[in-house]
Write a protein that binds this ligand. Structure first.
Ligand code: HT7
Ligand code: ZN
Length: 865
């Protein structure tokens, strides 16, 4: 196992000017001929002569230099690296290799999915197709010819534009030319028999672009939403960032077998079906929103990632953090910005913060890695986006736009670094961001401890910042933390904070300890970190009365949501180990929640967010050692008690949001959320008639959100008819893979230790497939990550289920296995007995683990925090 270090970066010794690929697809064996036009790189301090190319498990048929066959003594291939000696400064290297896409279950490189052949090259998959300097700073022009059987693969696609094609008996071929130099991780190829939804887009400068979305024939009716999202994203990027699309064709192909969400290959995106197919009958509202944001994300990569790419994989967040920020802004503009911000913060706080506080903590720009695949993390993506967002807020929209224009123009066609990005921000704003850049290099979530005092018209905030140690980084330096704040009077109104009468301001915390003074006429409640202005943990001793004021009156959506979360957490914390007090906790919460429910008609989606209790996982993270049963009982008890004390209100809500006709308008989506939430509280309370209402909804849904929501309520609350509903659902949807994923997930997330045996039995269900990552995530991933009471079952059956699944999956798909292994990251927080059982299981898996899985397991097993 080798460690790659940022400090060791060296420019490539040779550049590849042009790649001419010929991919000849045959059953059982695909022959890849590659012709590389090589040129010594003057930026390298190594002389011409020796070239090391990546090539993973390739079978060499021939190697040829400038027309001469290479003899065995002029090259060496060890199964991973091909070293060619005595090369001139300029030459053409031709290789012919064979590969077997049919046997590729790792889904990296060229592989098969439901009869089609497709690629996944990021991060290091291209080396499984042919020999190449597989690193993002080698940008080459690609011309690709694909040959295959006409009947099996009527469609042959690659990057760029089709420039030539022909037939050879029962076979045919197409040549694609991509005029934009690109790193090989953006290479793509698809061969298959697919249906196409076609549309077109006229760019701002009047160029027509053909838009083609491909899927299996049976899914053709599920592509409209992705097409609309794509067109919206194209227009938005023109209007918001001044970025136009650059090729004549933009293609997306939907693939069932896929390790992640989607891939931004130049001109030929490849998508997990879950992120592109959508139809109200089969896709939930959340699924629709995911499609919109992933389609936009991959499209935005055309500039932030493809035209300007990363110098090395340590800079991954350069493209991913920026592109997530761009897709979040897009979704905010297309939908409710306030709701979107809370959803994004909720996700960050509940998923990235734990990563940053556990054994996998790493900086947004890591200093080293073993397998780069393991660094496609929430830290790189979501925290990376927050770092870009802070820069956006520090600069303001105009200067940020000038800085992004400068970035895209100055670095077009280049492979650059996070420093280059920040330098553009500095150049256009005049700001010195040198200290700010610590956000890129320092891991861990900073804690801001705030206290305050009020004396004779002077309100003072005392702020301390501290970032806890993370693996390999014991000492942390102060960060630049922008804190947006307002001060609320006793009526919950923001007071003027300065002579200009501003009612909101931003203070910059950049030292370990600082104080900020404001002249205000009365003692106030601080509304801190508005809009979640920095990704930090805020520690301020809010009283429950202050939280009630914030929840009722704060104009900032994040602060209202945060106030609600704090109120729920303090009630739940008291109930862990003492659930009998749930009724009195619920009665205490009743008046504030009544007000939230009353306002639900204004914005049902926001109300649903405010009325949703923290998850068991989030609650469990506050209690050490973790007692999953006590956590589960506490949450269950509070849900039931809130269901009871607000029964009338929930009943009114579930009736108010009932609809006769389906709509995708914002209020209709929010209304469905509110209705299902209300039914959940009523079900937890055992309210009379709820079984009938949920059963009726399940039997006559307007859309999948309602059908699945009702099924989940039946199953998770053990309502009469749950088993029949599961059977009916499976019978109805057995032909729809993405719906069946939900069927598996509903069962795997049913809270309770018994779920482990249900899930184990489901591994033998005819619809379960180890080679289908979506299915494995639906059954195993959801149990491990979203069902703590089952995963941490006292007798260790959850750990056995997990470890057996890890070992089995690792032999099939190491990337997905390694990702799944992160479910054990809380190992050291468990009480000794559970810790010993899980540790032993993981050690057993570690013995035969792939490099991907081994890196994650060893970080977890050596964690001493
Ligand atoms: N840039 C894409 C990354 C990706 C990926 C990485 C490792 C293994 C498989 C993968 N599939 C896609 C996704 C994105 O951020 O747009
Ligand atoms: Zn991305």
């Amino acid at each position: 196992i080798t460690t790659t270090r940022l400090a060791d970066y060296q420019p490539p010794v040779y550049r590849v000017e042009q790649v001419t690929l010929d991919v000849d697809i045959h059953p059982g064996q695909t022959r890849v001929t590659s012709e590389l036009q090589l040129q010594h790189n003057p930026d390298s301090d190594q002389p011409a002569g020796e070239l090391v190319l990546n090539g993973e498990a390739l079978v060499i048929e021939s190697l040829n230099l400038d027309g001469e066959t290479l003899t065995q003594d002029s090259y060496h291939y060890d199964g991973h690296l091909l070293t060619v000696r005595d090369l001139p400064a300029q030459c053409v290297l031709t290789s012919v290799v064979t590969i077997e896409p049919e046997k590729n279950t790792a889904l990296e490189g060229l592989y098969q999915s439901n009869g089609m052949v497709c690629t996944q090259c990021e991060a290091e998959g291209f080396r499984r197709i042919t020999f190449f300097p597989d690193r993002p700073d080698v940008l080459a022009r690609f011309t690709t010819t694909v040959h295959a059987d006409k009947a099996t693969y009527p469609l042959l696609l690659s990057n760029g534009n089709p420039v030539d094609w022909g037939e050879e008996g029962t076979r045919h071929w197409v040549t694609w030319d991509d005029p934009f130099p690109k790193p090989c991780y953006l290479f793509a190829l698809v061969a298959g028999d697919l249906a196409c939804l076609e549309d077109s887009f006229n760019t701002a400068s009047g160029r027509p672009v053909a838009l083609r979305l491909y899927a299996e024939h049976r899914d053709l009716d599920k592509l409209d939403h992705a097409m609309q999202s794509l067109k919206n994203a194209m227009r938005w990027d023109e209007q918001t960032y001044g970025r136009e699309y650059d090729l004549d064709i933009y293609m997306i192909v939907a693939v069932s077998h896929f390790n992640m969400g989607a891939m931004e290959n130049k001109g030929l995106n490849i998508f997990n079906t879950a992120c592109v197919l959508a139809h109200p009958d089969t896709t939930t509202d959340a699924g629709f929103q995911r499609v919109e944001s992933v389609v936009a994300h991959e499209y935005f990569h055309n500039w932030s990632g493809n035209r300007v790419t990363c110098r090395d994989w340590f800079q991954l967040s350069l493209k991913e953090g920026f592109t997530v920020f761009r897709d979040q802004s897009f979704s905010a503009d297309m939908n409710s910005a306030a709701v979107k911000r809370v959803e994004d913060v909720d996700f960050l706080v509940n998923h990235q913060f734990p990563e940053d506080q556990g054994p996998m903590a790493h900086p947004v720009r890591p200093a080293e890695y073993q397998k780069i695949d393991n660094f496609y993390t929430l830290t790189i993506y979501e925290k990376g986006a927050e770092i870009v967002r802070m820069q956006y807020n520090l600069l303001g929209p105009e200067a940020f736009r000038r800085a992004s224009d400068r970035y895209f123009e100055q670095f077009d066609g280049q492979a650059v670094t996070c420093d280059d990005f920040v330098a553009c921000m500095e150049a256009e704003s005049g700001l010195d961001l040198s200290q700010f850049k610590r956000w890129y290099s320092q891991a861990g979530t900073p804690v801001l401890t705030v206290t305050d005092e009020y004396h004779e018209g002077q309100y003072t905030l005392h702020v301390r910042q501290h970032t806890p140690a993370t693996p390999g980084q014991p000492d942390k330096a102060p960060l630049v933390i922008p804190v947006k704040l307002a001060l609320l009077d006793s009526n919950g109104q923001a007071v003027a904070m300065d002579e200009q009468g501003n009612r909101e301001t931003v203070v910059i915390v950049d030292q370990s300890e600082q104080s900020f003074r404001f002249a205000v006429p009365e003692a106030v409640t601080p509304s801190l970190l508005r809009g979640f202005s920095a990704p930090v943990v805020l520690d301020y001793p809010y009283t429950e009365a202050q939280l009630a004021t914030l929840l009722a009156h704060d104009s900032d959506g994040y602060c209202r949501w945060n106030a609600a979360q704090r109120l729920y957490f303090s009630a739940l914390d008291r109930l862990v180990g003492d659930p009998g007090q749930a009724q009195s906790e619920a009665l205490a919460l009743k008046p504030v929640l009544e007000r939230v429910i009353e306002r639900a008609k204004e914005d049902p989606a926001q109300a649903a967010l405010l009325l949703t209790l923290p998850t068991e996982v989030a609650l469990g993270d506050r209690h050490s050692p973790l007692d999953p049963r006590a956590v589960h009982q506490a949450r269950r008890a509070l849900t039931g008690a809130l269901g009871q004390v607000l029964e009338e209100q929930w009943q009114a809500q579930q009736q108010a949001w009932q609809r006769q006709d389906f709509s995708m308008e914002g209020d209709a989506i929010g209304g469905r959320q509110m209705r299902l939430l209300a039914l959940g509280y009523l079900a937890a309370a055992g309210s009379a008639g709820v079984t009938e209402t949920v059963g009726e909804l399940f039997g006559h849904p307007l859309c999948m959100t309602e059908e699945l929501g009702a099924l989940r309520l039946l199953v998770h609350h053990g309502l009469p008819g749950a088993d029949q509903a599961l059977a009916d659902f499976a019978a109805r949807w057995q032909g729809e893979a993405l719906v069946m994923d939900q069927w598996f997930a509903v069962q795997a997330t049913c809270p309770g230790e018994d779920t482990v045996s249900v899930a184990s039995a489901l591994l033998d269900h005819p619809a379960f497939e180890w080679t289908l990552p979506n299915r494995v995530r639906a059954l195993v991933g959801t149990l491990v990550n979203a069902n703590p009471v089952a995963f941490h079952a006292a007798d260790g059956q959850g750990y056995r289920f997990f470890c057996e699944a890890l070992a089995r999956l690792d032999a099939i798909n190491p990337q997905v296995a390694a990702r799944l292994a992160n479910g054990a990251a809380r190992l050291r927080r468990l009480e000794p007995q559970r810790q010993a059982m899980l540790e032993k299981g993981l050690q057993g898996v570690q013995q035969k683990a792939s490099a991907n899985l081994s890196e994650v397991l060893s970080r977890i097993l050596t964690d001493r925090s």
